[in-house]
Design a protein around this ligand. Structure first.
Ligand code: GLY
Length: 463
């Protein structure tokens, strides 16, 4: 945890964003996977953690805007709990860690909320994403589960997004520690990526590095020689010469929950073929030129479009695309190869605050989501501000089913050289991703640099 003052000042800052009422934050409970007592690794709700810092199940917090006080709810353990879990701090002790002097047993949370409702006070809550919390809030607030999302407080969502979007020095330091663990994960994966090994061995090793050095992976490891499938979680292939291995993974701090999210793509065996090098250099150029463009005041959609233009220009030089690259991008033809957004906000969640609504986090009053295939999938389009941490992850993919569909539909024949594209259907995909902080003057790529150029990767993978 950070110092208690961090959480106190975050709660005070939120209070200043809300006009009246109470804001309620149910923490996460344990979630079972095959019988009630066999639970998944416990993961606290990120917003609860942001304001209260505590990483145990069955807690709840209230920020009372009218009374100017914060209350933490949770149960003191009994002897049964001590026998199974060992001695635990009292709820009053936990409260002091979060800078809270008002603590009560968990049952009082419901009473506090019902009392506020019966007095006609506004009860602000965030859209719940877990079944347990949905049931809890539905019963407490008398709102059908299906209506909870629409009934959530937009004022609270906007206040939380405003605060959590700007990372403080101590948050940046936590993220950077997680990127340094991702360095170990990725360089280990690269060294293992030789013919004959099964993907699962590398994926398991990488996940073990996360657990041994920080905490759980921040999302299920994406690792595959079939990188044309953007989020490939199947790890049963044996690595063979001629394929490239995409590894997209990161970890999160067991204690503070801050995360990392890095992608690297390497040739199996450690030497790029000419064809692999040509496509790789394009993705690298898109990654580097996008990073160079990141600074306060620029819309991330502009940076995305810059990456798309780089890809289209270079694919045109290679003969995979044709015509004017700027026109091709304006029409959306590049999305055959780059069918996703350039990146997303990152913090305590790998897609930071996505549970609050992607448009609240990634867009603003003057930036609206595009509707065109590819560009519409951009999770972050808004104007960048100092303190944002975001991912930069361009890619080029040869997705046989998409190629077949577009070709059959005669889509963008003025921009796509289908005859040549056909010869790349066995290529796979390449993505290169870094975690970047927007600074006052530009940006900083976070963490220890992870090999990224052809020369650096070939050197690291040398046996
Ligand atoms: N890197 C995985 C994701 O962005 O979903």
């Amino acid at each position: 945890m950070f110092k208690p003052e961090t959480y106190t000042s975050r709660r005070n800052a939120l209070r200043a964003e809300l006009s009246s009422g109470i804001a309620i934050f149910p923490g996460n409970t344990e979630a079972s996977f095959n019988y009630p007592a066999n639970t998944y690794h416990f993961r606290q709700d990120s917003t609860f953690s942001y304001f209260f810092g505590l990483n145990q199940p069955d807690l709840a917090g209230i920020i009372d805007i009218d009374k100017g006080q914060d209350i933490l709810f949770g149960n003191d353990v009994d002897m049964d709990d001590i026998i199974w879990m060992g001695p635990q701090p009292s709820i009053a002790d936990r409260g002091s860690l979060a800078g809270i002097s008002h603590t009560q047993q968990l049952a009082a949370f419901d009473e506090y909320v019902k009392d506020a409702l019966s007095n006609g006070r506004k009860v602000h809550f965030l859209p719940p994403y877990r079944g347990e919390t949905k049931i809890q809030l539905s019963e407490l607030l008398g709102i059908a589960v299906k209506d909870l999302k629409a009934s959530a407080s937009v004022e609270l969502i906007k206040g939380v997004v405003k605060l959590r979007s700007i990372k403080s020095e101590e948050e940046i330091a936590e993220i950077e520690k997680m990127v340094d663990v991702a360095y170990l994960m990725h360089t280990t994966a690269m060294k293992m990526a030789h013919p004959g090994i099964v993907e699962q061995e590398i994926a398991g090793t990488v996940e073990g590095i996360a657990l041994a050095n920080a905490g759980p992976v921040s999302f299920p490891v994406i690792l595959s020689i079939n990188g044309q499938t953007l989020h490939n979680h199947y790890h049963g292939n044996t690595l063979t010469e001629g394929r490239m291995m995409v590894v997209d993974c990161g970890c999160e701090s067991e204690e503070t929950l801050y995360s990392s999210d890095i992608t690297r793509t390497v040739p199996v065996g450690g030497r790029f073929s000419q064809r692999q090098k040509e496509i790789y250099e394009i993705v690298l150029k898109a990654n580097l030129s996008a990073i160079e463009a990141i600074k306060p005041g620029i819309k991330y959609r502009e940076v995305h479009m810059l990456a798309a233009r780089t890809i289209a220009e270079e694919l045109t030089k290679l003969g995979l695309m044709k015509g004017n690259p700027a026109d091709a991008v304006a029409a959306g033809a590049h999305a055959l190869f780059f069918p996703h957004g350039l990146g997303h906000m990152m913090g305590m969640d790998v897609h930071d605050m996505e549970n609050l609504g992607e448009n609240y986090v990634g867009y603003d009053e003057e930036t609206f989501r595009a509707t065109q295939f590819g560009t519409a999938f951009l999770r972050l389009g808004r104007t960048l501000q100092p303190g944002f941490v975001l991912t930069v992850e361009p890619g080029i993919y040869f997705i046989p089913a998409l190629i077949d569909q577009w070709k059959a539909e005669g889509k963008y024949t003025e921009f796509i050289n289908y005859e040549k594209v056909e010869t790349y259907k066995d290529f796979g995909g390449i993505r290169i991703e870094d975690d970047v902080l927007v600074t006052e003057t530009g940006n900083r790529v976070l963490g220890k640099p992870i090999p990224k150029t052809v020369a650096e990767i070939e050197e690291l993978m040398k046996r």
